[in-house]
Design a protein around this ligand. Structure first.
Ligand code: BEZ
Length: 383
């Protein structure tokens, strides 16, 4: 009798373990500290919401790690997740520098990765990989339309500013190319360090002294909050209007910037008020779950989870089919239709030009123009 009882208990334990084993293990590497903290939190929130919506009964285990937005730390956390936790697929990565650092590890270990933010152009250009797919944006994809749009408004000169790391230089280079193609001229530039700068006044003084007609910048996260407040306090908005990659006034923190963000025009792949049913549903679900507005970061997290789950569920356990499915997809989500370009594995999507306006109580973001179906050139990628 005693032996039967022991056997039954053991069998129950085995069946419980079998039931609890995940069907898919996902590594999520994001910055949960440092200048990108709010971006990492928003991306994780969107990703978890996406998993709930699109898992379709598949048992998912998420193993997350804090990259701190630092390439060396991001690399060691990625190695742990790939080689020790042996995940089936990875997602996340906010910083272009971190993406550059982990690229070889992912490629050589054949670990599929769905990039949920980092816009490093090389990851879907000269360093592209069959295993790396990006559902967020490329840095150049965001800022080219702004260069074109500003030139078309007749703006002749710009002073440019961005943090001194891969994304900063790539965003500015693409902006400059398009702005100068349209007849504008960049007449000065400066690249402050990404981490640790809280006072931009000396940089703003140089920008003002350049007598440029406009300023174009890229700053993300806590750097964006500081920059916008100081730009406002400096009192140069009338003389030098501010244009930006839209991460400067993300819905994640634009209400903290408040009136200081009034008048800033920028380009981005998402706007809270996009008039699509998918967006309305997503925004409502996000706000009621997390008690704050969605952002471009939470949308890309949500879409990354959708991409992973739909590709996984269609593959029926075949890992090669899963990798193929990741790059062979298109769907309509909160930011409108998007697809993955099989030639580069970068997303093809609309880019929106938007204006921040203070309505007396809060900032509203108004859509000015849509650049439809923006697709990057192959830039050396041969897939
Ligand atoms: C990047 O490093 O690629 C990046 C970070 C924050 C916002 C946009 C791009």
């Amino acid at each position: 009798m005693k032996i039967i009882k022991i056997l039954l208990t053991a069998m129950m334990a085995i069946s419980l373990t079998a039931h609890a084993a995940p069907d898919v293990k996902i590594g999520l590497v994001l910055p949960f500290s440092g200048v990108f903290t709010s971006l990492g939190n928003d991306t994780e929130n969107g990703f978890r919401l996406g998993i709930e919506k699109f898992a379709n009964g598949t048992n998912v285990k998420i193993i997350k790690a804090d990259s701190e937005g630092n390439p060396a730390i991001g690399l060691s956390k990625t190695k742990k997740i790939v080689f020790q936790d042996k995940v089936d697929v990875m997602s996340g990565i906010v910083s272009s520098a971190v993406l550059g650092a982990v690229r070889d590890t992912l490629h050589n270990s054949k670990t599929p990765m769905v990039v949920a933010n980092a816009g490093n152009i090389h990851a879907t250009g000269k360093d592209c990989s069959p295993y790396i797919v990006r559902v967020s944006f490329s840095n150049a994809q965001i800022t080219r339309p702004m260069g074109d749009w500003m030139a078309k408004q007749g703006i002749k000169t710009a002073y440019v500013m961005a943090p001194d790391y891969a994304a900063g230089h790539q965003m500015i280079n693409a902006f400059r190319e398009e702005f100068e193609k349209g007849g504008g001229k960049v007449i000065g530039e400066v690249y402050p360090p990404l981490q640790g700068v809280t006072d931009y006044s000396s940089y703003l003084a140089v920008a003002k002294a350049s007598e440029a007609e406009s300023m174009f910048v890229f700053f993300p996260g806590s750097a964006a909050i500081n920059f916008v407040k100081q730009y406002h306090d400096f009192g140069i908005a009338k003389d030098v209007p501010l244009y930006a990659a839209g991460f400067l006034t993300s819905p994640s923190y634009v209400q903290v910037q408040g009136k200081a963000a009034d008048g800033i025009i920028s380009s981005l792949h998402y706007l809270l008020d996009l008039p699509y049913e998918e967006n309305t549903k997503f925004k409502q679900a996000y706000e009621s779950r997390y008690n704050k507005p969605a952002s471009e970061f939470s949308v890309a997290g949500y879409d990354a989870a959708r991409l992973v789950m739909e590709a996984w569920n269609k593959a029926d356990g075949d890992k090669e089919a899963f990798v193929k499915n990741l790059s062979n997809t298109s769907f309509k989500g909160p930011r409108s239709k998007l697809s993955i370009d099989p030639k580069t594995h970068n997303v093809v999507q609309n880019i929106y030009i938007l204006k921040n306006r203070w309505d007396g109580e809060q900032i509203v973001q108004e859509l000015i123009e849509t650049y439809e179906d923006r697709k990057d050139a192959a830039n050396g990628c041969q897939l």
